[in-house]
Ligand binder design. Sequence first.
Ligand SMILES: [Zn+2]
Ligand SMILES: [Zn+2]
Length: 239
Amino acid sequence: MKRLFNVILSALFPNTCVACGEIIPENEFLCEYCAEMAETVDFTKCCTRCGMPKKQCRCSKRVFHFNGCAAPFYNDGVMQKAMYRFKFGKKEYIKKFFAERMALTVKTAYSDINFDIVTFVPTTFKRKSKRGFNQSELLANEISKILKLPLLSNLLRCKKSAKIQHTLNFDERFKNVKGRYECNRNYKLNGKTVLLVDDIKTTGATLDECAKQLLLLGADRVYCVTGLMTAKNKKKEKK
Ligand SMILES: [Zn+2]
Ligand SMILES: [Zn+2]
């Protein structure tokens, strides 16, 4: 009976590819084409601190407050499309897809780190109300369940909606986020190792500012995981 119900259900709501929406077999996330096109990040070729492909690492110019940064995919092509569909559609199955891949990234890139808590980059109240959710919060919630780590959801607060980041250059972005986030002083993170979650990393300015706030609360170390990361000449870095 349950099987019949499942058959009817999958006929009415077929499983679709997270990136393009094409119908695919149950228990899969990507169609063959998108699976082929998805640009996965090879950690062994990236800087362990900023997460960028080694040739694009700028750690000698700027010391980030976070101790590490990693992402399963590049912010491009089919994965960018998938994240966009999640951001503007709150699709459960896309959330599950990214959360699973991000959790796997944490296990691989930070295999020797013992995390105490998970938190995420907040958005302004206005933007959250408008969209109805904060995609980073949804991802962090899911990741905390997979990794069996407690989620602290009101650690950070976004004070003001500064200028939209994507029109700014590298240095402007760091200036733009200054003072934008504050931490909840009711918490003490003494000696804790924090996993900070966001949807996309571009320059790392937002993550850096949030990490700084977490360190001010007493956190020992902050490691970041994002669904996507922006880098140039990605294809050259591909295996
Ligand atoms: Zn597809
Ligand atoms: Zn670096």
